[in-house]
Design a protein. Structure first.
Length: 129
């Protein structure tokens, strides 16, 4: 049986093996049918991009720091991502005064909330070199 932080076969989830990937993950929980969203988890590399930990903040509070517009596009399409079970990729360039300061590829897809009652969105951002 799955649950309690274990695989179906009863083994523990290998946290050390996936720890490096967790720094690139952002999880959104909808507020009022995606009128806004709460950031349920933001990995460390995203904290560096936004200048601090954004976990727990509503999306509307961080949207101003969206250098490049990718988060605005993602949020605009959130209802479709969830309703149509879409997996999207994005080419994201963070800009400062018109200069690219970060170039990332994002992959975005719906996930179930921990209680299974709602659909959230998970995004993973990976640097392009």
């Amino acid at each position: 049986m799955r649950g309690q932080g274990r695989h179906a076969d009863g083994r523990d989830i290998p946290a050390r093996a996936i720890a490096k990937l967790l720094s690139n993950i952002l999880i959104y929980e909808p507020i009022a049918n995606w009128e806004d969203a709460r950031i349920r988890y933001a990995g460390f590399s995203l904290a560096k991009l936004f200048g601090g930990d954004i976990t727990g903040l509503p999306y509307s509070k961080i949207m101003a720091d969206d250098r490049g517009g990718t988060l605005k596009r993602l949020f605009f399409e959130a209802r479709s991502i969830v309703a149509d079970n879409l997996c999207l990729t994005w080419d994201h360039k963070a800009l400062s005064d018109g200069v690219t300061i970060a170039h990332q590829e994002l992959v975005t897809f719906p996930i179930s909330s921990p209680d299974g009652a709602n659909r959230w969105i998970l995004s993973a951002a990976f640097d392009v070199h």
